[in-house]
Design a binder for this molecule. Structure first.
Ligand SMILES: [Cu+2]
Length: 149
């Protein structure tokens, strides 16, 4: 009887540690982790990708297209609210980023829409997104999939 109580206690102790991180990830600032990410999604459905991009050039540049090998179609979207307070989103054909300006894609604002996902996107997966700028050319990003509610 005594043995089984000890055993049960041990199991509880270990299950309580289930969320303990197994490895120490490279030190990144908390804000960096949250700003660059993609939403989980199901095959055939949508996901959104969010990131921060600072134009390193001394002149303005224009984001003209986005591509992800993990989606059948990828678009730049902007969220908006109608006069009736309804939320919608529409495609944005291009975004001008001035010199030293930081482009912010976030939930409820500009975002990359991954449409018709080829595979499920789950937490701990990553999403590859290629941005096409008129001057900087192709900028590739790898974004972690996070359940960021
Ligand atoms: Cu969208």
């Amino acid at each position: 009887m005594k043995t089984s109580v000890v055993l049960l206690f041990t199991i509880l102790l270990f299950s309580g540690c289930g969320d303990e991180p197994k490895k120490n990830p490279p030190q990144k600032s908390e804000s960096d982790k949250i700003k660059n990410w993609a939403r989980p999604g199901v095959q055939g459905q949508m996901s959104g990708a969010y990131f921060v991009y600072k134009n390193p050039l001394s002149s303005a540049d224009t984001l003209i297209s986005v591509y992800s090998p993990q989606a059948m179609m990828t678009q730049i979207h902007e969220s908006y609210t109608t006069e009736d307070g309804l939320a919608g989103m529409r495609e944005k054909k291009e975004i001008v980023v001035h010199s030293d300006e930081t482009l912010v894609l976030k939930q409820g604002g500009l975002h990359v829409m991954l449409m018709n996902l080829k595979k499920d996107l789950s937490e701990n997966d990553s999403v590859e997104v290629a941005l096409e700028f008129t001057k900087a050319g192709t900028v590739k990003l790898k974004l972690p999939v996070k359940n960021n509610k």
